[in-house]
Design a protein around this ligand. Structure first.
Ligand SMILES: [Zn+2]
Length: 333
């Protein structure tokens, strides 16, 4: 019988991240969190598959982010699958295929999940799946219903120019662990990093620290940095994931672009630098006009989805002004 060890991350975290205390960045606080060792490895075989136990969750959730830590041989074809069991009906979804990071969003909550891995390797190399992480978040079902609808169409009168964005190469980004999932840009979500705050920020070094945290932390283990853009207090805009692919910053992540302001913008903490605010508004203006996102209704703060203060109350209070400023620039047909 296969053995599993569900290790709740609180025990793991303390030892691992003392060395990089300023690189956290503020992502979802999940309602369910597990890091699971699978013990699966394949060597000297052309084909194998592996089915995990069924994991029951204490609280039902309607958003799940599964990240599989797979160390693949160069010649292997790897596929992961996940399925979820609805809390009320007890019905399972079918097994849904993904590469390494899967975002499941639904209205009706799910209470259990199971994973399945398939490996084919004509060269009989070594492939291992030491672990995977699962994070679940419950979001109000009415809000989920609204978010999962097609947004009303929006046509700007003009397309704003794209502001200067520091490329991944320029800030020294690691490549993603595997391929991304494509999405259509429909919503823009503003975050703050909280940690690092402004005094802890060290330019590209901090952005690399956030990427390392998102990719290597045993709680997350994501395929890449979670955000699509990050903005330093000095106004530098960094490219995270391409905005055309699903990120990991605020469930439900599909169709949402995540922008992280470096700093802590809760009352009495960091001031909002005008130069950072200018970069944010220019970036939002370009995204709204280029991707036909209505600034009046589809610019959010993270706290609209999650019971936390992100992007800081001071920034959140200013979102209505940004919406007005953007519509003044791009207009609406
Ligand atoms: Zn946030």
């Amino acid at each position: 019988m296969k053995k599993f060890f569900v290790v709740f991350s609180i025990f793991l975290l303390a030892g691992c991240f003392i060395a990089t205390p300023v690189a956290r960045a503020n992502e979802d606080t999940p309602d369910y969190q597990a890091t699971v060792s699978t013990g699966f490895s394949m060597v000297n075989k052309t084909y194998d598959h592996f089915e995990t136990d069924v994991f029951e969750m204490d609280s039902a959730v309607n958003n799940m982010l599964i990240s599989v830590n797979a160390i693949k041989s160069e010649s292997c074809l790897f596929r992961a699958y996940a399925r979820f069991r609805y809390a009320k009906s007890g019905q399972w979804t079918k097994f849904l295929a993904f590469d390494s990071e899967y975002h499941f969003a639904t209205i009706e909550p799910v209470a259990a999940y199971q994973l399945y891995f398939v490996v084919r390797d004509p060269m009989k190399g070594k492939t291992e799946v030491p672990s995977f992480t699962a994070q679940g978040v419950y979001i109000d079902e009415k809000l989920m219903e609204y978010v999962m609808q097609e947004p009303d169409s929006f046509e700007p009168e003009k397309i704003a120019p794209k502001p200067t964005v520091t490329s991944r190469q320029a800030w020294g980004a690691r490549p993603p662990k595997s391929s991304y999932s494509q999405h259509v840009v429909q919503r823009l979500v503003v975050h703050h990093s909280w940690i690092p705050n402004q005094s802890q920020y060290k330019g590209a070094l901090s952005i690399r620290g956030i990427q390392n945290y998102h990719m290597d932390d045993p709680k997350t283990g994501w395929t890449d940095i979670g955000y699509h853009f990050l903005i330093g207090p000095e106004g530098t805009i960094y490219q995270g994931r391409p905005e055309t692919v699903v990120g990991a910053h605020a469930s439900p992540n599909t169709n949402a672009v995540g922008i992280c302001l470096i700093g802590d913008y809760d009352p009495g903490k960091d001031p909002i630098p005008p130069v950072m605010e200018k970069s944010l508004v220019e970036l939002l203006t370009w995204l709204c006009s280029n991707y036909r996102v209505n600034p009046g209704v589809n610019i959010y703060g993270h706290c609209d989805y999650s019971p936390k203060s992100c992007p800081g109350q001071e920034v959140y209070k200013r979102l209505p002004q940004y919406r007005k400023d953007i519509i003044a620039v791009i207009g609406q047909k």
